[in-house]
Ligand binder design. Structure first.
Ligand code: HEC
Length: 155
């Protein structure tokens, strides 16, 4: 039991360090595929610089990796996604890829609730891992947490 635990801890702590180089997805392919998301999502950094011009039907996806699900400021989410976040869902590449492939199924499984609903009606049939890798590349807070950032966090 103890051995299993140790292995688990090691995996959990090792994974983010290698998130950039060992990511399952292809960032460039994901950036291209992001055009499918732009009808509803923009990527705008904290300084207001537009990385991807997009619609406002969905939340800003800047810094989404490492963010609690359903927590972008000023966006009115559906109940299920907020609940998933309150239950501890922090987006990473794997959960993002699963979510964008089928948001309703993802929320139903995550919440173990067959009535969970999603306000995102879009499904990305393939290439989710690539888009997730691209979103990680525009999530500086996540790489700061793993020590990849150039400047240390000051807060
Ligand atoms: C037709 C509009 C639409 C399209 C297209 C769309 N989304 Fe969304 N997306 C939404 C809406 C609306 C929400 C809020 C869902 C909710 O509250 O249940 C959302 C939520 C999300 C979230 C959760 C963010 C958070 O803050 O928790 C992610 C991640 C996301 N979308 C990624 C994508 C990606 C990647 C694509 C392209 C592959 C995409 N979406 C395409 C409308 C869209």
């Amino acid at each position: 039991m103890k051995l299993i635990y140790t292995a688990l801890v090691a995996t959990v702590f090792a994974a983010p360090v290698f998130a950039d180089s060992h990511s399952a997805g292809d960032i460039a392919a994901g950036e291209k595929n992001f055009r499918k998301c732009k009808a509803c999502h923009a990527i705008v950094d904290d300084a207001g610089e537009v990385i991807q011009k997009g619609g406002k039907t969905g939340p800003n996806l800047f810094n989404v990796v490492g963010r609690q699900a359903g927590s972008a400021e000023g966006f009115k989410y559906g109940k299920s996604l907020v609940e998933a976040g309150e239950n501890g869902l922090i987006w990473d590449e794997a959960t993002l890829a699963a979510y964008m492939t089928n948001p309703v199924d993802f929320l139903r499984e995550t919440l173990d609730d067959s009535k969970a609903k999603s306000k995102m009606s879009f499904k990305l049939r393939k290439g989710g891992e690539d888009v997730a890798a691209y979103l990680a590349s525009v999530s500086p807070a996540a790489s700061e947490a793993t020590g990849d950032a150039e400047a240390p966090a000051t807060e």
